[in-house]
Design a binder for this molecule. Structure first.
Ligand code: ZN
Length: 326
């Protein structure tokens, strides 16, 4: 362990670090320095703030059954270009931002809604950071779907009892409406019932804060409506100094298909045409602005940039940082 190594080694490491070690600096430097990275947890700096990407788990997705506006052959061709095959593995990402006294959680993963082994790792990731569920002051939900809001509650009780839940008011109006609980126009009842089970305990305690339009909901965090996938689907843009990170929720589900072909939609969309238009608009904007994004289903940690590529877009992940103090 680093703390048990004799002083001369530490001095050697310091000397190596001071000399800006090359990639082949050797194994000593690796053993004697500790970064904060852990399995399922990746730290990323945004200006003066730290974001921790937290893996809630991953689930397989059968794209032949899920995607609309494509054929299995077209989908397979796009997957082939991305060195993947159907079914693809979808990450379920959540993020923690600490701002002063606040511990702000963005998305809550699936909780137990996807069954044993699929998702539900969020609370253990937080524990590995030394953060109890009671310490979470704010939860930001991009939309009320099981893999984003499912981790909010367990057995009818709030998992984060001291948190205010921020969500687009249109989400609450749509998913928690009593007359929607048996499904709406072919959109399955489970979406509504799971949403009500997840949000309901917070509604009962007066801890849900719905917002409308583009709103600064916390210092440095602005909610941006991005409807289509769901009626109140919203991004959260974190700004610090001259850097930003925009949490895009489900702007897209399948990077290797919907970046090159943003017109392809998925059966989870409430309004596929609006979801497509929103995806095309914002991917174009992100590419022009060169702004960093964090996606709930982009491969963990899901942070990177969008660039124009052919007739569509490509995604470039940020570098992995894993050294002392990072
Ligand atoms: Zn969704």
């Amino acid at each position: 362990m680093p703390s048990q190594r004799p002083l001369p080694i530490l001095l050697l490491v310091a000397a190596l670090a001071a000399a800006a070690p090359a990639l082949h600096a050797g194994p000593v430097a690796e053993q004697a320095t500790a970064s904060r990275q852990q399995p399922g947890i990746q730290h990323y700096a945004v200006g003066a703030l730290q974001v921790a990407a937290l893996s809630d788990g991953s689930v397989p997705q059968d794209l032949h059954a899920l995607l609309l506006g494509t054929t299995p052959a077209q989908t397979d061709a796009l997957l082939h270009q991305a060195f993947r095959r159907n079914p693809v593995e979808a990450s379920i990402n959540a993020y923690l931002v600490t701002i002063g006294e606040r511990h702000v959680l963005i998305e809550t993963g699936a909780g137990t809604l996807f069954g044993p082994g699929n998702g539900g790792k969020l609370v253990q990731r937080l524990a590995a950071l030394g953060i109890a569920p009671e310490a979470i002051t704010d939860v930001l939900i991009t939309h009320i779907h099981a893999d984003h809001s499912g981790g909010l509650s367990q057995d009818g009780k709030p998992v984060f009892p001291n948190a205010v839940v921020h969500v687009g008011q249109a989400e609450v109006d749509y998913f928690l409406a009593p007359d929607h609980q048996q499904g709406v126009k072919g959109y399955d009842a489970a979406y509504f019932q799971q949403g009500t089970a997840s949000l309901g305990p917070y509604v009962a305690r007066g801890q849900v804060r719905g917002f409308q339009g583009q709103t600064e909901i916390l210092p440095g965090i602005t909610a941006i409506p991005a409807p289509g996938h769901t009626p109140g689907h919203s991004f959260y843009r974190l700004q610090s100094q001259d850097e930003s990170l925009t949490f895009i929720g489900d702007l897209l589900h399948v990077q290797s298909v919907q970046m090159p072909r943003p017109d392809i939609t998925i059966v989870y969309d409430v309004d596929p045409a609006a979801a497509r238009a929103t995806r095309e608009r914002f991917l174009s904007q992100f590419a022009q602005e060169r702004t960093a994004i964090a996606g709930a289903h982009l491969a963990f940690p899901g942070i990177g940039h969008v660039r124009a590529q052919g007739k569509g877009f490509g995604f470039v992940p940020v570098d992995h940082r894993d050294r002392a103090g990072e």
